[in-house]
Design a protein around this ligand. Sequence first.
Ligand SMILES: Nc1nc2c(c(=O)[nH]1)N[C@H]1C(S)=C(S)[C@@H](COP(=O)(O)OP(=O)(O)OC[C@H]3O[C@@H](n4cnc5c(=O)[nH]c(N)nc54)[C@H](O)[C@@H]3O)O[C@H]1N2
Ligand SMILES: Nc1nc2c(c(=O)[nH]1)N[C@H]1C(S)=C(S)[C@@H](COP(=O)(O)OP(=O)(O)OC[C@H]3O[C@@H](n4cnc5c(=O)[nH]c(N)nc54)[C@H](O)[C@@H]3O)O[C@H]1N2
Ligand code: SF4
Ligand SMILES: [Mo]
Length: 876
Amino acid sequence: MDDSQNVFEPGALSRRGFLKGSAVAAVSAGALSSLVACAPSSPAPKEGLAGTAGATSVDEGTWIAAACWDNCGGRCVNRVLVRDGEVVRQGSETSHEDSFEWLQQRGCPRGRARAQQVFGEDRVKFPMKRKSWQPGGGANAHGELRGRDQWEQISWEEAIDYIAQEAERIYGEFGPAAVIGTKALAVGKILHQLGGHISLSDTSSIGTYAFNIVALGLPSQDLGELNDRFDNKNADTIVIMGGNPAWSSGGSTMNNFNEARDAGVQFVYVGPSYNATAAYFEARWVPVLPGTDTAFMLGVCYEMIEQDVVDYDFLNTYCVGFDGDHMPADATLQENFRGYLVGDYDGTPKTAEWASAICGTPVEDIRWFAETVGKDHKVMLMHNYALARCASADNIPQLFMTMGAMGGHMGKSGHACGGAYKTYAGAGGPALVKFGETGLPATKNALADTMPEPLMWQCIREGRYNSTGAAYGVNFNAEDIKETEFKWLNIEGRNTLQTAVGLSDAREAIQKLDFVTDLAYTFDTSAAYADIVLPCATEWERVGGFAGHQRSRETVVVYSRVTEPLWEAKTEFEIGRMLAARLGMDPDELWPITEEQAFFNQIVGCTYVDAAGEEKPLVTITADDIAKWGVDAEPQEGDIALDDFLSAGCYTVKRAEGDGYSYIGYKDFVDDPEANPRESASGKLEIYCQYKGDMLNSMGYSPAGTFKPYPTYVASPEGREGMFADRQIGGAASEYPLIVYNPHYLRRAHGVMDNVPWLREAWSAPVFVSAADAAARGVADGDTVRVYSAHGSVLRTASVVEMLMPGCVGLPHGAWADFSKDDGIDVAGMDNVLCGSVTSGMGTSGYNNYNCNFEKYEGEALVADCELPCRTVAMA
Ligand SMILES: Nc1nc2c(c(=O)[nH]1)N[C@H]1C(S)=C(S)[C@@H](COP(=O)(O)OP(=O)(O)OC[C@H]3O[C@@H](n4cnc5c(=O)[nH]c(N)nc54)[C@H](O)[C@@H]3O)O[C@H]1N2
Ligand SMILES: Nc1nc2c(c(=O)[nH]1)N[C@H]1C(S)=C(S)[C@@H](COP(=O)(O)OP(=O)(O)OC[C@H]3O[C@@H](n4cnc5c(=O)[nH]c(N)nc54)[C@H](O)[C@@H]3O)O[C@H]1N2
Ligand code: SF4
Ligand SMILES: [Mo]
């Protein structure tokens, strides 16, 4: 960012809004300065989050269950101790002892450093306008200065007025297809009233599993059909493919595997690095180059046939398309998966040797793996989505399912096959506890179009787009290309400039727009390229809420207010209402109830499943509670009193071996496939799926006819083939002979918290390179290196490791780009500088298989991130 060296004068922290009484919480000027101390050498704060409390009892004050709400892979209880109006400590769950049966939902270090985010020097404190931007569009916008301009503080009235004026102009002249929106929290809800906006659909988290895989017979996103966690110990082997829950499922999730580990279950890790998860389980490492898992699994399937470890009964009963005798009724091709494996159609048997040349896995490992996952063993095959966040990984979902079916690993205790992601890692089964609805009316986007996010910069440049459809492939129509002039990008609840592929393309394309708005906590990458930035209150500043969508099946996490909105920040609720009123709409129609009422409705609506399997209200609510809150509700009887629930910060179902909550994935289908068909056309698992092949081919992002109805190996536009000059594996090296993948990193959740001092101290965010590749380039551990791809160039300090396959580079996801050196090199090491907007297949964000190279950097060595001044905003 161009403003990195300009430090915005921190305004005096307004004390007007701090709560009084038991829920008092603020951070005094003294504590604030200790919170922002960044250098590891800085003296320990006298008293503060890391400090000792001197004569005061460390626990004196009031503990509040506070929010932790990132898209971070975890869902934990985050508690803060408030003393004399200051947050002085943070802690986690203490409401009961921790055991396998009754897990505590303990937080990770990010959660425990959150006070530094909420009270951080880098918060957006006031509404801001980019200095050269003026309403009216065209040259008035000075789009060429986005990301480089200065900023001025404006009032809320001015900010809302600018947005309203531009809304009237843009919708009036160009209509809703000129507007791109990310989510509908505040401004987005108003855009829905004005005719809607184009949405962005991304394959970000689940990669090619974002395809309409229900057509294959899989559950949506391949989630939910693992077995209940109590069954993990019954496996002989648990395979984890392309995931790293030790880093990416923060909190308690890894404990789902504890019984299995203690019982001596063999763990196998498949991926390019021997990561923290593999190390924790002392797993056998099967190395596979990023983006080549399709080749690996094809080699495994071939070897399973060779070794005669295929469960043909399972294939014949539950699947279609494995061989010519079991084809689905709608097949148009006289081909099947077995024929492809043995080379009937292309003359190439997919042997272990064939696979090894592509995926880099030793032949012996492929053969060993094939035997290990064969029908004679109890195996749980779990994948995260790193292998699917690759270009040309479109066949992964079908092939992973096929490998599981060939071993017969579904529907039985000790066997499983499916997604192990975030808090779902190692835990299947329906939710046992849920929170209720807010009661706020849902707004509807009248424009149902979704543009693939990886293509958005190209679409903006070219003024045309093609809607992807709800799940990739549902309602997609290749012919339906729409022309439009894009004018406005409204970002809320996402950090699009940061997390969409291709920052170089973004920086160019964004100049064309008339208007970019962003709702932000901090001056992150998206804010840096916006025109109007609205300061959004964090969840610590709201009445309370529930930590959303990635909870485990056994827990709901609830949080309460820590402080009134800081500085001039407002909640989405308030922002939306202001804009509605300014545009002559009735705010009460969109937000007919108070924030307190909305939160209370969620509490009232909480349910749990009792031991007899009945769903019941969770929280006991008395007439006194209702009077105290001043809300509309009826008293009810539940399993936990309201105050106990709120002070614990969660409710976790207490489990026991053999209780009524156990779950075996696919059991209903396996027990009675006629009565419980899968949602595919045939009702079975489709190893041959006509729809899949036809749909992927129709999307047009890969050469015509690339896809077959059964899973095949497809070369990536960059990736493995791109390592070689002529794209022939084994030939002369290309200019970018390595593959870069992006580990989700401990310092941050995507971009969130990248700026937090303690986290910068704790995690230096190096680039991980293999010892062999480093030696070949004369690079030693700790050297500053330039990592470059066809799309951009970044600096990082090299961490030279043996636990990474030669040929791979691991650049942590989520650093806030910093081009302050003016030489076009990002000194922060942002992943999307190296990842361009290259798509294939269904139009994926292929984060994990771009090509790159690195060299020792001859310029000035990088200073550790934690030594840099806090990045704030340049004011005019
Ligand atoms: N700390 C932290 N945690 C997070 C997040 C975060 O930003 N920070 N983000 C959350 C979100 S939204 C998500 S989607 C999840 C992602 O969660 P994960 O998918 O578990 O995370 P990654 O770090 O992308 O990948 C994990 C491992 O996959 C391996 N890998 C990379 N490419 C390939 C490949 O092509 N094939 C195979 N077989 N393995 C590969 C690498 O060894 C890497 O260690 O994390 C969540 N958790
Ligand atoms: N190169 C590369 N790119 C990637 C990835 C990768 O591995 N490599 N990973 C991808 C993945 S898996 C994902 S999920 C995406 C994530 O992409 P994003 O969703 O864009 O990332 P976040 O940082 O989670 O962005 C959420 C933003 O909303 C804000 N926010 C959170 N809650 C609220 C709220 O309640 N109200 C408001 N107003 N704002 C809120 C956060 O502070 C943050 O700024 O990134 C993807 N991008
Ligand atoms: S894993 Fe996520 S929810 Fe849990 S403490 Fe860390 S940041 Fe918070
Ligand atoms: Mo994600």
